[in-house]
Structures are given as C-alpha cells and as structure tokens.
Ligand binder design. Structure first.
Ligand SMILES: [Zn+2]
Length: 320
C-alpha cells in the first residue's frame, strides 16, 4: 500500500510545477520507529536534524490519534507530553531541547538560543511538565502559557545558529517553510498559513539569517507537507490580499477563480514566490508534494475535520 496519495494531486499537472522539484518529501521508516516525513534536499546535510511528523506513533486517542503535538488543543496534557517524549526518543534528542512556538499567524520570527526564555512563549517541556502539575485541563494549560509570558505577540518562527536546539512549529494544513544555509550553517523554520504567506513570513526569516551573515543565494528552502490548491478554497477577500501582495507574480500560479466569490489558493506556489523574491535560487527551492487534507488519515488536517484534529510538527535543528 502506498503511504501517501500524493501522486493523485492535481498540482502535478499544473504548468507552474513542470520545472520544479515537487517530490522532495518522502516517508522514512525504521524497523524500530514510527514513520516521519523527511526531505531529500535536507537529508544530504548530515549536520542537520530535519523532519515533519505524521499522525503515527503516539498515544493520543480519538481525533487526536495518535501523535498529537499541539500544545494548545484539548488533548490531555499527559498524552501530549508522552508524545513529545516518544518523538524526542525517535529523533535522539532531549525533550527539553525542543523549542515550541506559540503561533498566532504573525510574522514574528525569533532568535532561539540556549536560554529559551524569549518572552516566555517558547515552552521548555521540562518546565511545562513541572508547572502543569498544577493543572489538568486545557484551560489551565493555556493559562499556564499566558502566565509565564508578558509577551502577547506570539511567535510563528525561529531562526538560529546554535547547535543542540530543535526548532519546532506546529501544523494542521498551514505550510512549514524550512530554510537552511549550508555555508554558514544557519537555519530557520516558520509557520506560514495564508496570513503568514501573504505577509511574507519566509522573507522575514531570511532577512534575519542575512543579518547573521548568511547569503540568500546559498540557502535551501523547503515547502513542507500542507494543504494543496485543490483542497484549499478561499473567498474573494483573501484572494484580493494575495493579488495585492503578489502583484509581481503570475497570479494564475497562485489563484484559480472558481465562481464569483471563490478561489482555489496555492500556498505552495505563493511561498515559492516569497523564497524567490528573497533571493533563493530556483534549483534550491523544493516542494514536499504531500497534502495534509488529501492524506488526512495519516496527517492532521483542519479543513478535513472541521477543526477536530491534533497537530503534526515540523522540526529543524543543528546537530551538536
Ligand atoms: Zn489536497
């Protein structure tokens, strides 16, 4: 049985993708471990840890089953914590080295370092576990997240040059963008939903890396597993924002109008334009080619489930 139905996706017939790498994502399984999505373009960097999770391998039940890594949904905290432990073991890292976003569809991209106290929004699981002893339900988990923070801005991405940290962003249809500079060994990882995409969060991350000394022409960019254009209908208010922000693009690559007020939005193509505009070379931009909604039995999809779902995560880190 094929693991993913990606070959059925209509995007493969689209002219825009004809000269692009649309098969970067592949499933990685070991006898002893649960499956992960890996990326050919990142696999070749042996100094990196990189992957995206699937639903397989955790202890959560019901519509969170199995490997729910969302810290702000209503799954039991014990399950979420166990899932992070299992994932950390699978990747050979310590859970306390994972840094987690508190995502709000912003363009806030934050430098991650060993201190991990940036606004209190990056939750060290060890610390979270400690404080969560006071709480059992989701409301209190959220309170906890607020409690340790006086920063209400939220975080939708990280960048770093520090080894030993595992950057993490969380998803259920939105787009993970992995950015790697193999020359300077700098990395960034962002959560790019439609708002992040139209507000160019990938470009914000690339500018931050450039401030660290990276050159965009050296960077590799990967558009991770997320909702495909065929699955992603939006209304004209969203479409008009894209028309405005992508005025220099061939807009038919990004939007396909289906009736008076509805469009199919291609977040993958829009993010390609973001990465190109930032200065990445075409041959260094890769697409996972796997849709969360087309594969909602294996990946968490918000649209496929009317929001009754957990979260899969993207991970990116520099090995020590
Ligand atoms: Zn799809």
């Amino acid at each position: 049985m094929k693991f993913f139905r990606e070959q059925d996706n209509e995007f493969r017939q689209k002219e825009f993708y004809k000269d692009k790498d649309i098969s970067d994502g592949h499933i990685f399984e070991e006898e002893s471990g649960f499956p992960l999505i890996k990326y050919h373009s990142l696999d070749k960097f042996d100094w990196l840890i990189s992957c995206q999770t699937t639903r397989k391998g955790g202890v959560s039940e019901g519509y969170f089953s199995e490997l729910n890594l969302g810290i702000s949904n209503t799954d039991s905290f014990e399950n979420i914590e166990k899932n992070y432990s299992l994932l950390a073991e699978r990747l050979g890292v310590f859970p306390e080295n994972i840094v987690i976003t508190h995502q709000v569809h912003s363009t806030n991209v934050v430098y991650a370092d060993e201190g991990m106290s940036i606004g209190g929004r990056i939750v060290d699981l060890k610390e979270k576990g400690k404080i969560s002893q006071f709480t059992e339900d989701n409301t209190n988990n959220r309170l906890f997240l607020r409690e340790i923070s006086d920063n209400s801005d939220g975080i939708d991405g990280f960048y770093t040059d520090k080894a030993g940290l595992l950057l993490s962003t969380t998803f259920a249809d939105c787009v993970p963008i992995y950015i790697v500079d193999p020359v300077e060994r700098h990395i960034a990882l962002v959560h790019s939903g439609w708002k992040g995409t139209v507000n160019h969060i990938a470009n914000v991350a690339i500018e931050k890396l450039e401030a660290l000394g990276s050159k965009a022409e050296n960077m590799t960019g990967v558009v991770g597993a997320s909702i495909c254009q065929t699955c992603y209908e939006v209304t004209d208010d969203v479409a008009s924002e894209f028309k405005k922000e992508f005025a220099d693009a061939n807009i038919s690559d990004i939007l396909q109008q289906t009736d008076e007020i509805h469009y199919q939005l291609d977040l993958w193509a829009a993010n390609w334009y973001n990465l190109k505009r930032a200065g990445l070379q075409s041959e260094n931009i890769h697409f996972c080619g796997i849709c969360t909604m087309c594969n909602s039995d294996i990946l968490f999809s918000h649209r496929a489930t009317n929001g009754k779902r957990g979260n899969i995560n993207a991970f990116l880190g520099i090995r020590e």
